[in-house]
Design a protein around this ligand. Structure first.
Ligand SMILES: [Zn+2]
Length: 260
């Protein structure tokens, strides 16, 4: 049962408008970009419409639809975004998630364009609430490519960068999902600036372990991947041939050093 079962639909629509205003005001979206959903029941969600600035929505614009993507009620002027497929995939995969925010915040999206995941342990708050944030492979908007690309990642993460596109955050409620987007963009901005300053110091493994213990004690909802650890699939994707090449390079370097 949804944690939102006791809220009126009107209240939830107001909440979506508030978060829409916040993502637009903070510059997380341009023009009519971005979308916000809340799961209101086992088979029902509320979603923002397409073709509208998320900073200037009114309650009548919010659309109710089912998990098969069928619109239940709406004013005929507004349609759901094709990106809602990605939100529905999240709800299918994660029983615990009740809200999803998708935006294109400039710093997160820059990392997603550069192909650099935010997976280093640098800020305590980000380690606690986001963990390592991976990048989902690029998918064509409106197709099933994006839902398919996030599927394995959201099993272990409540925040995802979408390659050459933007970011997606998941929450046990809408404020929770929105706050993750704020923390994600804030971290991305700080990491970007630190890279420009020429040095990024990591929080040592022992300290990261303490933070993960703290996370458990604080009962922070959701799922995180521990930062600083390379995702398993990357290690597995290295072929024996590549390992041989790397090994030869390392041996050559050692020999070179011994000569000096
Ligand atoms: Zn988008």
């Amino acid at each position: 049962m949804s944690m939102y079962a006791n809220n009126s639909e009107w209240e939830l629509k107001r909440l979506i408008l508030d978060v829409g205003k916040r993502i637009w005001t903070r510059g997380y979206v341009a023009a009519n970009d971005g979308n916000i959903t809340i799961r209101i029941g086992d088979n029902e969600i509320l979603t923002t419409p397409t073709g509208v600035s998320k900073g200037f929505m009114t309650p009548d614009m919010i659309i109710k639809m089912n998990m098969d993507g069928k619109v239940i009620s709406q004013s005929p002027k507004f349609r759901p975004s094709s990106e809602v497929k990605m939100h529905i995939e999240v709800y299918r995969q994660r029983e615990d998630i009740k809200a999803v925010v998708h935006a294109h915040p400039p710093y997160c999206t820059s990392f997603a364009v550069a192909g650099i995941p935010l997976n280093k342990c640098v800020l305590p708050e980000a380690i606690l609430t986001l963990g390592a944030v991976p990048i989902a492979p690029y998918g064509t908007p409106s197709t099933m490519e994006i839902p398919d690309s996030i599927k394995p990642i959201i099993q272990n993460s409540d925040a995802v960068l979408l390659a050459n596109h933007g970011a997606l955050t998941l929450g046990t409620d809408l404020i929770n999902a929105y706050h993750r987007m704020e923390t994600l963009e804030h971290s991305a901005q700080i990491v970007f600036t630190a890279i420009q300053l020429g040095n990024v110091n990591m929080i040592p493994g022992e300290q990261v372990k303490k933070l993960m213990e703290l996370r458990e004690k604080m009962n922070i909802p959701g799922r995180v991947s521990v930062c600083g650890v390379e995702p398993k699939n990357i290690k597995e994707s290295v072929t024996p041939d590549q390992i041989e090449v790397i090994t030869q390079e390392v041996i050559a370097k050692i020999k070179d050093l011994q000569k000096k």
